[in-house]
Each structure stands twice: as structure tokens, then as C-alpha cells.
Design a protein. Structure first.
Length: 172
């Protein structure tokens, strides 16, 4: 059994509190800290297991870390709409580059769902009940707005160098 330092024990407890399995903790400790531990030694620091041997100190740290983990969604990028939309944008560009129109359309649909939010309501449009197309007075206006949104996304991708600039056509 490997003799662990206090910071190494703390890292094991933190990883366990974040719902990592003992096997995942073993791999993390090897890769990030150069420490060889086995899963049985790791389990001894998990107060949710019958063979817990960490004492009150590590139990308190485990409970504090678990609570912090469960309540701190701000630190998780995918919990933020901007991150999800940026990832969808990157995927859209890759799909377009590869010529996968079906995937590109699916990504656009996912982005539209993301903009509506989890409850299905639009986050930046206020829908009016008196017209069939929400705040738009016509289907053409809705299509124009959608086209402008896509063109804006493509322009941003070109500005960032993700997509090539369109070829300039000169008048003959």
C-alpha cells in the first residue's frame, strides 16, 4: 500500500466527492500526480462505502466537497448557454466543411432549440398571440430574420478564420 501525503489524500477525497469511481481516481492519481494507488486503498477514503477508514477529518472534507460540487454549476461550461452555442457553432462549421448537410441542419435545429430554452419559450423574442408568426407580420419577415442570423454566424466564422472568405466575383 502506497504511503500518501495529506494533499494526495485530499485529492482522492475530492475526486470521490465528485462522483468519480475508485478506478477513475486511481487513473487520475497516476496521470496527474504520479502516485500509484489501488482502488481498494481509494475506497478507504469514501465515507459512502462500508470499508471507510478515513475518520472524521476526511468525512467532513468529503461532505463539504460533495456539497460544493452539487451546488456549483457556474464552474461547468456546458451549463451555460453561450458555451453550448459556441460548441454548436464549431460543430456546424465542421459539418459544413465536410459537406454533411444533414448534420449541419440537425445542428442548426439544436441551436434553435437552445435559443428557445428548456421550457420551449424563446429567450429573446416576445411572441404575440395575434399573429401566426409571433412578432413577425409575415412569413417572409421571419425567413429574412432567420437568413440574417445564419449570415451573421457565417460572417463571425469567416472573421475568426474558421471558414474561408468568399471568393470575390468581379463584374466583367
Amino acid at each position: 500500500m502506497t504511503k500518501l501525503s495529506e494533499p494526495e489524500k485530499h485529492e482522492i477525497v475530492r475526486l470521490l466527492a465528485h462522483f468519480n469511481t475508485p478506478t477513475e481516481v486511481v487513473v487520475a492519481m497516476r496521470e496527474h500526480h504520479g502516485v500509484e494507488v489501488d482502488r481498494f486503498q481509494v475506497r478507504a477514503y469514501d465515507p459512502t462505502k462500508a470499508r471507510y477508514e478515513g475518520g472524521d477529518k476526511w468525512r467532513e472534507i468529503f461532505v463539504a466537497e460533495r456539497s460544493k460540487y452539487l451546488h456549483d454549476i457556474d464552474g461547468i461550461p456546458i451549463a451555460h448557454k453561450a458555451f453550448r452555442l459556441n460548441e454548436l457553432q464549431k460543430s456546424l462549421v465542421r459539418a459544413q466543411r465536410s459537406g454533411n448537410i444533414v448534420l449541419a441542419n440537425a445542428i442548426l435545429a439544436q441551436a434553435a432549440k437552445e435559443m428557445r430554452g428548456a421550457d420551449g419559450s424563446r429567450s429573446h423574442f416576445e411572441w404575440r398571440a395575434d399573429t401566426p408568426y409571433g412578432e413577425h407580420s409575415s412569413r417572409e419577415e421571419s425567413q429574412r430574420e432567420a437568413r440574417e442570423m445564419v449570415e451573421s454566424m457565417l460572417a463571425r466564422a469567416r472573421d475568426r478564420g474558421i471558414l474561408p472568405q468568399p471568393a470575390m466575383v468581379s463584374a466583367a
